[in-house]
Design a protein. Structure first.
Length: 164
């Protein structure tokens, strides 16, 4: 069953996801006006990282889908008419979603650290799709990424690497 601590965690996690989607969808003009008010001394180098439009679109779509599903599950958990079994199933699914998000973050961090590439990871059961922001389509690089990701798992996973 769900307790207050888990409910607060789910609420805060949902809030963080909403804020991250809002930040990703903000226009460049809005972001630049927010940065005008900050104190930046002269001589400070500013590095601007622009992500591939395809990756941003994939991230936003995936986060929207995740938020929608989490909202549905939270409604089931808070519903007065839902049975105990439905609430338990919803809670377990929320835990699985959080676990999958953790795995995605770990894989994206691995790719960023080892290969210095931006990526988007999608996990569904035993299938993992990794979209890499790179103009060169290198089979050796894809093979190395697949091997690195497979080391996270005990069982064999179907891993696909796409370049955009």
């Amino acid at each position: 069953m769900i307790n207050k601590q888990n409910l607060w965690f789910l609420t805060l996690f949902s809030l963080i996801m909403v804020l991250s989607i809002y930040y990703l969808t903000m226009s460049q003009d809005t972001l630049s006006t927010l940065n005008v008010n900050s104190d930046v001394t002269e001589g400070t180098d500013v590095v601007i990282s622009e992500e591939n439009d395809t990756l941003v679109a994939l991230k936003v779509a995936e986060e929207e889908e995740l938020l929608t599903r989490m909202s549905e599950l939270e409604n089931i958990l808070l519903s007065d008419v839902a049975t105990l079994q439905e609430k338990n199933d919803a809670y377990e699914e929320l835990q699985n979603l959080n676990k999958a998000e953790g795995e995605k973050e770990a894989i994206m961090k691995l790719i960023k650290d080892q290969y210095k590439l931006d990526s988007v990871v999608q996990i569904e059961n035993t299938s993992i799709t990794i979209t890499i922001a790179s103009t060169t389509h290198d089979a050796a690089l894809a093979n190395n990424i697949i091997r690195s990701v497979q080391e996270f798992y005990d069982k064999d996973m179907y891993i696909t690497v796409k370049f955009s």
